[in-house]
Design a protein. Structure first.
Length: 282
């Protein structure tokens, strides 16, 4: 593991601003330290199965990278969002954008189906309340009963509860979206994504056989329709250096998940997070 030391830097400098304490580190693990010689930023690193990973999203400024909603506070917490063709330029010297094989190695270390618990920060995700969802679903087909139910109603209720319990027991035991614990120290946060903005095209106003195209001053200053950023707090999108399209979206909550994609094809213009890796012993 490479550990670089930087002396004489004041820790309170804005460039050293630490992510919010709302998103804690795994205190049971030993992290390494990397200082990016390009801008002086420091990153914690973690060793996972013969690979050394950044335990934070990259924040290095490039021409095709953005802070979520163009707010630097989001960059300090979640890192920057990079265009696919720019992602490889985001990594510090000696580090590189993970290949599909390196991502698969990390996922194997997490264990099949456990990416959303073992790779994500213990706080900061919009994880669903499984118990509340189950109660809501159950109430849809078990009707309320009186405070003193008859024997037949009580029997039907007991049967329904037993069937619900049996159905729950038959489901897969892996529930990757309930209690993130970040046991591997990867500390993935839901940074969201930058969506390719759509250019505004003025609509014609027609009358008496003539049409005029009218744009407001606000539209001229910001010629974008729809959202440019989305899904912060619930999704993490990460670039792969080689062909990959993998998603971890639990059945219980389709609005929470992890996506790892390459910039091949139509994905390049989007803005996703970058993690960097190096082989131990280089």
């Amino acid at each position: 593991m490479k550990t670089l030391l930087l002396l004489g830097i004041i820790a309170t400098s804005p460039i050293w601003a630490a992510p919010s304490s709302r998103y804690p580190w795994n205190v049971r693990l030993d992290y390494g330290l990397l200082v990016d010689g390009r801008d002086g930023r420091h990153y914690k690193t973690i060793e996972i199965d013969s690979l050394e990973w950044l335990a934070e999203n990259v924040k290095f400024v490039t021409d095709s990278s953005w802070c979520y909603e163009r707010d630097t506070t989001n960059c300090n917490i979640y890192g920057r969002l990079y265009r696919g063709s720019e992602a490889a330029n985001a990594c510090p010297k000696g580090w590189h954008l993970p290949t599909a094989d390196e991502w698969r190695s990390l996922l194997r270390s997490a264990g099949e189906g456990h990416a959303l618990t073992r790779l994500t920060a213990s706080k900061g995700w919009a994880t669903p309340n499984i118990a509340e969802e189950a109660t809501t679903a159950l109430s849809k087909w078990i009707k309320p009963i009186s405070s003193r139910p008859t024997k037949s109603v009580a029997a039907r209720l007991a049967k329904a509860q037993a069937e619900a319990a049996a159905a729950a027991a038959a489901r897969p035991k892996i529930v990757p979206d309930s209690h993130p614990d970040d046991r591997l120290g990867f500390r993935l946060l839901p940074a969201g994504m930058r969506i390719v903005p759509k250019p505004f095209h003025a609509q014609p106003t027609c009358g008496y056989g003539e049409c005029a195209y009218v744009e407001s001053e606000a539209t001229k200053r910001n010629p974008i329709v729809g959202l440019e950023f989305g899904r912060q707090g619930s999704f993490a999108y990460l670039w792969s250096a080689t062909d990959m399209d993998t998603s971890f979206v639990p059945e219980a909550a389709q609005d929470v998940g992890i996506n790892i994609l390459s910039s091949l094809g139509t994905m390049d213009p989007f803005g996703f997070s970058v993690r960097c890796v190096e082989k131990i012993g280089r």
